[in-house]
Ligand binder design. Structure first.
Ligand code: ADP
Length: 319
């Protein structure tokens, strides 16, 4: 096949796929640079086309033609199609206002779609289908670490002996067994976020939704928690859907990065991060890491500015 350039602000890509839909502003298809694959959607709505390529049997989240228009008329999400396979670590990457949180909240059932449907993988009776980690730890300040973590199980009326076991395991998983009796005010920001993660893990849900959980932390703590969440993902065989606007965090964490754009919120394309687990910190210093970042930055550039980049607002960086 003849190599053709993609209309893209920075650099050119070589087309490597037979899937080619002449529609919309961008050429549709899978493009490659060496072993890095970048999928661009002509209709900008994800996997609605016939080549939806993941097997139905292992689908953890199926987002089918989903839109969300808020009562004020704002189109936060427009016709998004996305499938997340069980066991994937998928990141939604995009500038402020592209609808990442709205999409996550719809998956969690906190906000209804105005069109389309979202299906989750079947889950065992009595087991929570998913857990959610918010941008801030949202801990009860008057309750100890252990009491904060046990809250979902108390709400589910779990017997006391089982609660104690689950809380002990969750705290051990995030390295907080020694501070079970501490109060949130006695913990650093990173430790508070670990408590929030323990509270999310305590109900053994197979699907973990994380809405920019480390955005408020310093870079060193954030890097450490990125490592920890990948280790938890592997150890617990979780499916993770993670939201960030950091290109580097997306590359380090994910098996696949979905790039979104605003006005209206939609999916532009995706990049598979085909790197083995575990990923050492040194991965961040490799040429491949830089390559992944470059591909994602190019995709982001196709989508234009985020809300924080609009005139009259302070300029925002993606990384
Ligand atoms: P992101 O997480 O990518 O920053 P959001 O999903 O938070 O984006 O928001 C997407 C768009 O929807 C933004 O323009 C935001 O201002 C708007 N929005 C979010 N929540 C509401 C709401 N409850 N009512 C009206 N508009 C909203």
């Amino acid at each position: 096949m003849q190599a053709r350039p993609l209309r893209c602000r920075t650099g050119q890509m070589t087309k490597g796929s037979k899937h080619d839909v002449q529609q919309g502003e961008f050429q549709h298809g899978i493009w490659h640079y060496g072993n890095i694959y970048v999928t661009i959607y002509a209709d900008q709505t994800g996997f609605s086309s016939p080549e939806r390529r993941l097997s139905l049997a292992a689908v953890a989240i199926d987002i089918d033609g989903v839109s969300r228009t808020y009562p004020n008329g704002l189109r936060a999400i427009e016709r998004v199609d996305l499938r997340v396979q069980a066991g994937e670590f998928v990141t939604l990457l995009g500038p402020s206002g592209c609808g990442k949180s709205t999409l996550l909240r719809m998956i969690a059932g906190l906000v209804p779609p105005t069109a389309g449907a979202i299906r989750l993988q079947p889950f065992a009776p009595g087991r929570a289908p998913l857990s959610y980690v918010f941008q801030s730890p949202t801990l009860m300040p008057w309750a100890s670490v252990a009491r904060n973590v046990r809250l979902p199980l108390e709400l589910a009326d779990m017997p006391e002996a089982e609660i104690a076991r689950h809380v002990g395991e969750a705290l051990a998983l995030v390295g907080l067994a020694d501070v079970a009796d501490f109060y949130p005010r006695e913990l650093s920001g990173g430790m508070q976020m670990r408590v929030s993660i323990a509270r999310a893990l305590v109900n053994d849900a197979p699907l973990l939704l994380m809405d920019e959980p480390f955005g408020a932390l310093d870079e060193i703590t954030r890097g450490r928690l990125d490592q920890e969440i990948r280790a938890l993902w592997a150890r617990r065989a979780l499916t993770v859907l993670f939201v960030t606007h950091s290109v580097t965090e997306a590359v380090f964490l994910s098996t696949r990065v979905i790039v979104m754009a605003p006005r209206p919120g939609r999916i532009l394309g995706e990049v598979s991060i085909a790197e083995a687990h575990p990923r050492a910190d040194g991965f961040r210093l490799t040429p491949r890491f830089a390559e992944y970042c470059a591909r994602l930055t190019e995709l982001l550039a196709l989508g234009g500015a985020g809300e924080d980049d609009l005139p009259g607002r302070p300029s925002g960086a993606f990384v």
